[in-house]
Design a binder for this molecule. Sequence first.
Ligand code: GLN
Length: 280
Amino acid sequence: MTAPTAAQAMAAATARLRAAGVPDPARDARVLLAHAASVDAARITLIAPEEIAPDIAERFENLVALRAVRVPVSHLVGQRAFYGRDFKVSRDVLDPRPETESLIELSLSEPFNRVLDLGTGSGCILVTLLAEQTNAQGMGLDLSEAACLQASANAVLHGVAGRADIRQSDWFGAAEGRFDLIVANPPYLAKSEMLSVAPELRLHEPEMALTDGHDGLSAYRIIASQAQGYLTATGRVLAEIGWQQGPEVAAIFRDGGWGRVRILPDLDGRDRVLWADTPA
Ligand code: GLN
């Protein structure tokens, strides 16, 4: 029996992943074959007509089997791209998501010297902000020790470890000093919503990063009531929100005495970012 070509192996994998309900099976098959063969995904077309070596075929087979039980591609290849950089990820942290790039864009729209990232997770927000704003210092806090290690590794990977102070902390517990920017992508799914999220999230991402086990708004109540004690006079809070939470989150901050509260959209035009400050 002759070995299958890369194209044949990908077609078989695509069919298997489609049957397993994977949303974009052809793309995933391509990315996983590239990973198994240690080539760039953009070069897969070039090797499509070639037979694949048995060791690569076996690696690919194992990856496809795991993807079929809905292990995220990022976990299988160990990284995920975010704002132009690759971040190490694992099941200890929330995967960086494209909608969070809106939080980055808005955070970078005004300069800052000191930034605090609450619930830093993979560190993708803190590390990106420090990599983009090369004079800034940052602190990243997370309740999960495993997440702190992951964020530290990503800070090293992207050359900002000397400016990133990462600490294990329950919200503001370990925060010190004042910041001109406080950012967060907190767990904002309601407990009831957890039943309907994709298996990749429900089975393979940390529940504590996704939901507060309540109405999804607990983190905003904590941030609205405590952040002013850690902000400079001209400082601001930017937090990611669920696209249906704009009115409720805005009300929490208005009731918390913030002078100016804005809800801003992501690239899909959906409410995605809270911006709160208290201009003089
Ligand atoms: N945006 C995430 C989702 O898809 C939720 C992330 C969060 O709770 N911060 O579901």
